[in-house]
Every structure is written in structure tokens, then in C-alpha cells.
Design a protein. Structure first.
Length: 116
């Protein structure tokens, strides 16, 4: 179908698809103070726009809105069209609390009542 369309129309369609993909992206990769929208994410890695994101490498954080999802170590994999693909070397789920080094009993008290 795209063989029959003029180049200007094809470019406008590609720009519209790119804009729609960017609007749908809720997850972002944060490196330092910069954040880049993740357009595709799989178990092995993720993709961002190749023209807006620099060649990322190293330790990054992944957020879904304000919620911190992962801390990961990445390496650039390949450029596919207008997307830059990155692979995880390590991907660890972020936790809001520190891990404990002891077993917590199931029947432990939730809180203490003040004495009157």
C-alpha cells in the first residue's frame, strides 16, 4: 500500500505514528537528570527513539509515572529504523523498603496499643 503513496504522505504518516507511540509511552528510562520515553519494552530490554536519546550505557532507572520499577545495567544493542534497542545485563525490581535479614513471623503484631 505504501508503494502507491507519495513521499510527502508517507513521511507525514510516519511522523503521526511516531507521535502516537510517544503519547502512549508511560514508562521512562532515567539517566541522571534526563528522562527518555520507552516505546517498547520486553523481558530482555527496551527501545527508545534513536534521534532523541543518546547512546545510553551503564546503570539506569526505569519509572512508570512516579513509581520506580527497575534498576538496570544496560548496553546498546542495535538500531532498528528510528528505534534504538538496549539489552539488560542486569535488571532488578526496585523496592520501597530495605530487605530484611531475618524471618518475619506471620502472627506478629501489626502495631501496639498505648496503655491508658
Amino acid at each position: 500500500m505504501s508503494d502507491f503513496l507519495p513521499d510527502a504522505v508517507r513521511k507525514e504518516l510516519a511522523a503521526a505514528q511516531k507521535s502516537a507511540r510517544r503519547k502512549r509511552a508511560t514508562r521512562v528510562v532515567q539517566v541522571g537528570d534526563e528522562a527518555y520515553p520507552i516505546l517498547e519494552m520486553t523481558e530482555d530490554g527496551f527501545s527508545v527513539e534513536a534521534d532523541t536519546a543518546p547512546k545510553l550505557r551503564g546503570f539506569i532507572d526505569i519509572y512508570d509515572g512516579p513509581r520506580h520499577l527497575y534498576q538496570a545495567l544496560i548496553v546498546a544493542s542495535e538500531e532498528i529504523g528510528d528505534l534504538m534497542r538496549y539489552e539488560f545485563k542486569r535488571n532488578t525490581a526496585a523496592s520501597a523498603s530495605a530487605p530484611v535479614d531475618f524471618e518475619r513471623a506471620e502472627d506478629r503484631p501489626v502495631g501496639l496499643l498505648p496503655s491508658s
